[in-house]
Design a protein around this ligand. Structure first.
Ligand SMILES: C[S@@+](CC[C@H](N)C(=O)[O-])C[C@H]1O[C@@H](n2cnc3c(N)ncnc32)[C@H](O)[C@@H]1O
Length: 234
């Protein structure tokens, strides 16, 4: 009986998701890419992620969460074969789009999860295993009553810090000034993350699809970059 009540309580505690699953329309090419290339680039949910097994070459791992159509991820992976790249996205048309780019450029340094990033970080990524975490233009959820859906929250920041290597980098970008402030407030709750200048972060990010849309609307972009000093929290 106690076991039963605990299970239902755990079920109720399921976290509020930062996305709404809108499948959208898969183009025939995206559908084909998902069918024929997922076995090459896609990762499953069964086992903890092991970079040495997943990539043909040993290299520091850069994670991008919510990569959208994968433009930045493919570009960075193409320009920087000295890194391995891991992407997490829930939007299948975007994943299909990325797989097409990876195949076209014969890239072997990218692997992808099609899952909620919160679950992946909690269950499938080892502590102190990532060189960098990138989150570019996460959904701003502008209405106050939706702020709880924002991905960047204190608990998630602490989780990300735990996954970074000592000296690892957290790089966020947003074109929503109020979210930029909320991100800084959330990160301030984790004293092991220290701000650094975005211009010294290597490799640099590329302009993303969502950023181009923001630029058209006259939005100002804020990049937030932090280095992980392990000894202060956790
Ligand atoms: C506003 S879009 C930005 C896409 C891309 N980074 C860009 O700048 O063009 C945010 C993306 O994050 C993804 N996303 C939101 N929450 C997520 C989560 N918990 N796990 C994985 N992906 C998520 C959404 O599906 C969406 O594609």
């Amino acid at each position: 009986m106690a076991e039963l009540s605990r299970t239902s309580a755990d079920h109720l505690k399921r976290h509020i998701q930062s996305f709404v699953r809108r499948e959208g329309r898969l183009t025939p090419a995206q559908k084909r890419a998902l069918l024929t290339l997922w076995h090459v680039y896609g990762l499953g949910t069964e086992e903890e992620f092991d970079a040495d097994q997943a990539f043909p070459r040993k290299a520091p791992v850069i994670l991008e969460i919510g990569f959208g159509d994968g433009g930045n991820l493919a570009e960075m992976a193409l320009s920087h074969p000295e890194f391995n790249f891991l992407g997490i996205e829930v939007h299948r048309p975007g994943i299909g789009h990325l797989l097409q780019a990876l195949d076209k450029n014969r890239l072997s340094n990218v692997r992808v999860f099609c899952l909620d990033a919160v679950e992946v970080l909690k269950k499938l990524i080892r502590d102190h295993s990532l060189q960098r975490i990138n989150i570019f233009f996460p959904d701003p959820w502008p209405k106050k009553r939706h702020h709880k859906r924002r991905l960047i929250q204190p608990d998630f920041v602490t989780l990300m810090a735990k996954k970074l290597l000592p000296g690892g980098i957290l790089h966020l970008a947003t074109d929503w000034p109020e979210y930029a402030q909320a991100m800084q407030d959330a990160i301030a709750t984790c004293p092991q993350l220290h701000p650094i200048q975005a211009s010294i972060v290597f490799p640099p990010r590329c302009i993303t699809k969502y950023e181009i849309r923001g630029q058209r609307l006259g939005h100002v972009v804020t990049d937030l970059t932090y280095i992980n000093h392990v000894d202060s929290c956790l």
